[in-house]
Design a protein around this ligand. Structure first.
Ligand code: AHM
Ligand code: MG
Length: 339
């Protein structure tokens, strides 16, 4: 008898016991994330052919960033996909000022979806990879209190990203390893392409917006200088790869190792990336894949207790070897110079 294709739906049904509840509710949340991903992927694929699909809306979002039409589109897709389903009580989005409550009242134990609907959207008009990044939390209290959503990354019940590129890829974890699905356009289904992924112990790439280097802390400049210095025995120099879409840069890092950094700098003293729907979900994926994720102060990203839903954070993540190296440079910078 043929084995059949391991679609996302089939995989989820066969792994119910590893999901946060066993009622099927969480499975349906994951399946709907897959539906949102397919909808956005389809729109991105044809956006260059559709009049008025590309470009800016003219609005500035809560982050102070210009909103692209496709940012708005992707945000609407997530909202509409979960509306009236009774599956997700609250949505926090990079494109929304405050939480959107889809059910009233939210009950303890219900799900909240935290999402960057179109990550790396500055790349989208040029047909370069973009993504969606998501985290799923459980609501703790009843009602609309924003504080309920300020949960440390360790409390996430699931996290993942969708990468829109030559293939559409959905990668997620529920705390039982990292699994990757590739959209098979022929059958319109996500099909399992890698199970229980682990990041290589070390890599050969570093990934950072080097244009900001003069704004970095001195220890980071020293560390990057080290990565760029020739030394065959320790496989240096490292090569630079930077897409400028977090989903793409983390996807590469997860698969072939190395280090990704978006540190704080004099322009963004708290860092640029958002904790709840960019850094924390990626940190959960990386830790589940045996990688590491810290801030440029050395704190584990998953341990940070958020104070705002759109809070920003510095990020250093990737293979254990390179993140460990970064930690050594950070520690050395803290040693007082005697004499
Ligand atoms: P976005 O979610 O508004 O697109 O911003 C986040 C993006 C990340 O995808 C990426 O890592 C980073 O911002 C790139 O920033 P920069 O252009 O400063 O290098
Ligand atoms: Mg983003």
């Amino acid at each position: 008898m043929p084995q059949g294709v391991m679609t996302l739906a089939r995989y989820i049904l066969s792994r119910q016991d590893t999901f946060p509840d066993n009622t099927g509710e969480f499975s349906n949340v994951m399946l709907l994330i897959g539906v949102a991903a397919k909808t956005i992927a389809w729109e991105l694929r044809r956006a260059g052919l559709v009049e008025d699909a590309l470009g800016l809306t003219g609005e500035i979002n809560v982050q102070g960033e210009q909103v692209r039409k496709l940012d708005d589109y992707a945000n609407e897709v997530f909202l509409k996909t979960f509306q009236d389903t009774g599956l997700v009580c609250t949505i926090v989005s990079e494109e929304l000022e405050g939480p959107e409550h889809l059910m009233q009242p939210c009950t303890p134990g219900s799900y909240a979806l935290l999402v960057d609907p179109l990550d790396g959207s500055s790349n989208v008009d040029m047909n370069i990879n973009t993504g969606s990044i998501f985290a799923i939390q459980r609501r703790r209290f009843c009602g609309d209190d924003e504080a309920d959503l300020l949960q440390a990354g360790r409390k996430q019940v699931a996290a993942g990203y969708i990468l829109y590129g030559p293939s559409t890829i959905l990668t997620f974890t529920t705390g039982h390893g990292v699994h990757m699905f590739t959209l098979d356009a022929a059958i319109g289904e996500f099909v399992l392409s890698a199970q229980s992924l682990t990041i290589p112990e070390r890599g050969t790439y570093y990934s950072v917006n080097q244009g900001n280097s003069r704004r970095w802390q001195p220890w980071l400049r020293t560390f990057l200088d080290y990565l760029q210095t020739e030394d065959k025995a320790s496989k240096r120099p490292y090569s630079l790869r930077y897409v400028g879409s977090l989903a793409a840069d983390i996807h590469r890092t997860l698969l072939i190792g190395g280090i990704f950094l978006y540190p704080s700098d004099t322009k963004s003293p708290k860092g640029k990336l958002r904790l709840l729907y960019e850094a924390a979900p990626m940190a959960m994926l990386l830790e589940q894949a045996q990688g590491q994720a810290i801030t440029d102060q050395g704190e584990a990203i998953l341990d940070i207790e958020p104070s705002q839903i759109h809070q920003r954070v510095s990020v250093i993540m990737g293979s254990p070897y390179e993140v460990g190296l970064a930690q050594k440079f950070l520690q050395q910078s803290k040693v007082p110079v005697l004499g």
